[in-house]
Design a protein around this ligand. Structure first.
Ligand code: ZN
Length: 84
């Protein structure tokens, strides 16, 4: 079984048996790539922030509908009104 490291693209090969152990750094090729990926998460690089389009021009009701749509789509973690 081969797996491509999502950080550096290195393809690594390993024997996988059902119920067996995965490589310690899976799905990364090395501890280094694992750390890089973790760093990206911590830096917020992977966080998807979708600003509400023309939020100022929208009625509160419309904002709520759009916010709910985004929440349903899983594109935002939460929407708050008090971010001034
Ligand atoms: Zn890698």
């Amino acid at each position: 079984m081969t797996h491509k490291c999502s950080v550096c693209g290195t393809v690594s090969e390993f024997d996988y048996k059902p119920g067996g152990k995965l490589p310690p750094n899976f799905p990364f090729c090395s501890a280094r790539c694992k750390a890089i990926d973790l760093g990206k998460w911590l830096n917020g690089e992977y966080r998807i922030s979708t600003p509400l389009p023309n939020a100022d021009l929208m009625a509160d009701e419309e904002k709520e509908v759009l916010a709910q749509l985004l929440l349903d789509a899983g594109e935002v973690d939460e929407v708050t009104d008090d971010d001034e």
